[in-house]
Design a binder for this molecule. Structure first.
Ligand SMILES: *[C@@H]1O[C@H](CO)[C@@H](O)[C@H](O)[C@H]1NC(C)=O
Ligand SMILES: *[C@@H]1O[C@H](CO)[C@@H](O)[C@H](O)[C@H]1NC(C)=O
Ligand SMILES: *[C@@H]1O[C@H](CO)[C@@H](O)[C@H](O)[C@H]1NC(C)=O
Ligand SMILES: *[C@@H]1O[C@H](CO)[C@@H](O)[C@H](O)[C@H]1NC(C)=O
Length: 485
């Protein structure tokens, strides 16, 4: 493992250790998404990031609450523009100017936000979108770049477009055969030329897990960084993992477009922990351990041996994400929905068997669960209730190969009921199901299948009760005054 960090620790100079750790930490960040029924309070998240010595984050929007939590933290930030804004930003330069003013310039103050990148769209050319963003992404990028330039921000930050690795391909999986996908080739060439002319980085999301998920003949070890699998020779280079092969496929595609030195950022890379037989905490631990060691060594890919710049995906589980790509989609977090870590991971890359630092100060809802009422349930008629609970709740951990796939029929229904009840903030009306459910104070978890309790979330109930609480206090003071008179 060695790594520069470990070597310098041996030199024994505290100062150098600090410097080295700092320089390593610059190498990676994490994706912080918020498609959750109960998002963690951003102040708690920022503190958790700092305690784990994570100094870079990538966001999917410019939510003001998150941005204000990041203000003054020194954290390096990639701000995001969601795909649904691309059209208005493409249509009218004035809209791009407004976006920059409200979501960038407003934070460019002393103790503001250290914004380094603006991500225009998110995987806009994904084939699942049927080309919906093909016409708007590039014009939106150009308008945002121009607005950033006009506002004087381009010295400190750059616009980019996080693309999925599907925008390029290669015959026979050989990196050297890499080129942009034929149906998006012209637009990719135009974008890449603009990036080159304006010194903007190419951002790509690379998912070894998906290689494994999509191809049942994929050699499992080739998804990891341990070098235990086969080695594939290509054009004088040897590849022992799919991440390197994928990254270099992009490098070849860029080379074919006449571009030799474009900076590449890996916008997302990670491993999910539930919802598929290969989505387990154990394999996620293995994947991240290999990745972090690589990052600590500052070793790039065979074609680009210099240091990699990557953002892990992701920080937290997101229970409201679309499961169109697969049920694992809600389980990408290194941390659970409540900021508790799922597996061992040494963010410094020294490979120590340590668990990340959990979020502190998280408040939970009451210790109660919604389960089947065995006295009243009619198993022949519960089907529609189960479907309803799963559609509006999250049953992705119940499917084949997942942590809750071994429940019996009653436990199964209880799990679905509870997920719905928790997502609804434990509203008593959400634990009825035509009389077949009941609330219990007994922990309903079964073996390794966790029946979660949701958290008090700042974005919804917490704020309401806080305001309400203040109202009551104000009311009491008033009453007191009236009584005193
Ligand atoms: C700023 O970003 C937020 C969050 O992404 C978005 O809702 C808002 O519309 C943006 N402001 C402008 C002026 O576009
Ligand atoms: C894309 O097309 C498919 C098949 O025609 C359709 O099922 C799907 O809903 C479309 N998706 C979007 C985002 O338009
Ligand atoms: C539990 O529910 C899941 C998802 O609906 C289903 O696939 C599984 O067969 C159910 N198990 C039992 C024992 O009913
Ligand atoms: C319920 O039990 C599970 C499994 O034993 C445990 O992990 C979890 O923390 C418990 N939940 C609460 C709220 O006590």
């Amino acid at each position: 493992m060695a790594g520069r960090a470990a070597m310098l620790v041996n030199l024994g100079t505290v100062v150098m250790t600090v410097l080295t750790l700092a320089s390593f930490v610059e190498g990676f960040g994490v994706n912080w998404g918020n498609i959750a029924s109960h998002p963690l309070n951003p102040d708690i998240v920022v503190r958790m990031l700092k305690e784990n010595k994570i100094n870079k984050v990538k966001l999917f929007d410019a939510d003001s609450w998150t941005m204000n939590a990041l203000a003054g933290s020194g954290m390096e930030v990639m701000v995001g523009i969601p795909n649904n804004l691309l059209e208005t930003l493409a249509d009218d330069y004035g809209n791009a100017k407004d976006w920059v003013k409200e979501n960038i310039t407003a934070y460019m103050r002393k103790d503001g936000v250290n914004i380094k990148y603006v991500a225009v769209g998110n995987e806009p050319f994904l084939s699942a979108y049927n080309g919906s963003y093909l016409k708007t992404t590039f014009p939106a990028l150009k308008n945002i770049h121009r607005a950033l330039k006009e506002a004087g921000h381009t010295d400190v930050m750059k616009a980019t477009i996080p693309q999925n690795a599907e925008v390029y391909e290669s015959a026979n999986d050989k990196p050297s055969e890499g080129d942009f996908r034929s149906d998006v080739k012209q637009i990719m060439l135009d974008i890449v030329k603009f990036f080159h002319d304006n010194d903007l980085p190419f951002t790509v999301n690379i998912y070894p897990f998906l290689s494994l998920y999509l191809n049942q003949h994929f050699p499992v070890e080739y998804a990891f960084f341990d070098g235990n699998g086969q080695t594939i020779p290509d054009n004088g280079k040897n590849y022992d993992n799919v991440f390197d092969a994928n990254y270099d496929t992009l490098v070849y595609a860029l080379n074919k477009a006449g571009i030799k030195d474009m900076k590449i950022i890996v916008g997302e890379v990670g491993w999910p922990t539930d919802g598929h037989k290969y989505a387990t905490p154990k394999l996620a631990e293995k994947f991240y351990a290999g990745l972090m060691k690589r990052l600590a060594k500052d070793v790039g890919t065979p074609l680009r041996p210099e240091k990699l710049e990557v953002y892990l995906f992701g920080l937290l589980d997101e229970d409201m994400k679309s499961i169109l790509p697969g049920p694992f989609e809600r389980h990408w977090g290194i941390f659970r929905y409540d900021g508790t870590p799922k597996f061992m991971l040494d963010f410094t890359g020294q490979g120590r068997k340590i668990v990340p630092v959990a979020a502190k100060g998280v408040q939970y809802l009451d210790k109660q669960w919604c389960v089947v009422n065995k006295d009243t349930i009619n198993l022949d008629e519960v089907g529609p209730d189960l479907d309803y609970a799963c559609y509006h709740g999250d049953c992705t951990a119940m499917l084949y190969g997942s942590t809750c796939s071994n429940l019996d029929k009653i436990q199964n229904i209880s799990y679905a009921f509870n997920m719905f009840f928790q997502i609804q903030g434990q509203d008593v009306r959400a634990c009825d199901f035509r009389g077949s459910a009941m609330i219990t104070k007994n922990n309903a978890s079964v073996g390794s299948c966790l029946f979660p309790i949701q958290i008090v979330s700042g974005s919804g109930d917490f704020r309401i009760s806080y305001v309400f609480g203040r109202f009551i206090v104000a009311g009491l003071i008033l009453l007191g005054l009236v009584a005193a008179i």
